[in-house]
Write a protein that binds this ligand. Structure first.
Ligand SMILES: N[C@@H](CCC(=O)N[C@@H](CS)C(=O)NCC(=O)O)C(=O)O
Length: 205
């Protein structure tokens, strides 16, 4: 049995989406963020010592890290994984890691700073140009091809959805980046994405 340990309004929405794309049977164990701290409940620590979500339980394995889970599911099903063309396969691997490794950190710093009065605002202004560089890069990539790793959607697109949704909500992803916005619209219109939203519950990016 495949079990997704899902924290509301979190990165595990991506894994729900992937499970729906793959039409795999799965069970969802739900966890609610603390309303004040936004942290996960202690119950998640019983599943994995980091106490973060997503956690996938499958075939006796406990897997954490969204990209590792996405790769695992792609490998298990033979779908949404690396394209066969060498160049596309390299893009696939790159964007699979870029989402959490490079794009999320400045977005997270901005989120944390936005909660710090005065000094936070000053520091935030220094982070926005860094985020703008990423957004311009992503826009340039999506101007060249329909999906991050070529002509077909892959797990790399699933990984990129969360940071780009966060960037649109609070870090300047707007009409200056038409290809990125069109990509987001295309992603959010997919039936599997919509089904995942129904399963996952309110998602505020
Ligand atoms: N790089 C990890 C990040 C995992 C992570 O930080 N998850 C957040 C949800 S968006 C979480 O569980 N936060 C609750 C907490 O830190 O208590 C991944 O992509 O899976």
């Amino acid at each position: 049995m495949t079990i997704l340990h899902h924290l509301n309004n979190s990165r595990s929405q991506r894994i729900l989406w992937m499970l729906e794309e793959l039409e795999l049977p799965y069970e969802v164990k739900r966890y609610q963020r603390d309303a004040k701290t936004m942290l996960a409940p202690a119950a998640l620590r019983a599943v994995h010592p980091l106490g973060k979500s997503p956690v996938l339980e499958d075939d006796g394995h406990i897997i954490v890290e969204s990209a590792a889970i996405a790769e695992y599911l792609a490998e298990k099903t033979g779908r949404l994984g690396a394209p066969s063309a060498r160049g596309d396969a390299l893009l696939y691997r790159q964007f699979l890691h870029y989402a959490e490794g490079s794009l999320m950190p400045p977005l997270l710093v901005k989120l944390v700073l936005s909660r710090v009065p005065i000094m936070g605002r000053l520091a935030m202004a220094r982070f926005q140009p860094m985020i703008d560089t990423h957004l311009a890069y992503v826009e340039g990539e999506l101007a060249r091809r329909p999906w991050f790793a070529g002509d077909a959607m892959t797990a790399a697109d699933i990984m990129m959805s969360f940071p780009l949704e966060a960037a649109r909500a609070r870090a300047g992803l707007d009409e200056r980046y038409p290809h990125a916005l069109a990509w987001l619209e295309k992603v959010q219109a997919r039936p599997a994405y919509r089904r995942a939203l129904e399963v996952g519950g309110p998602y505020a990016y």
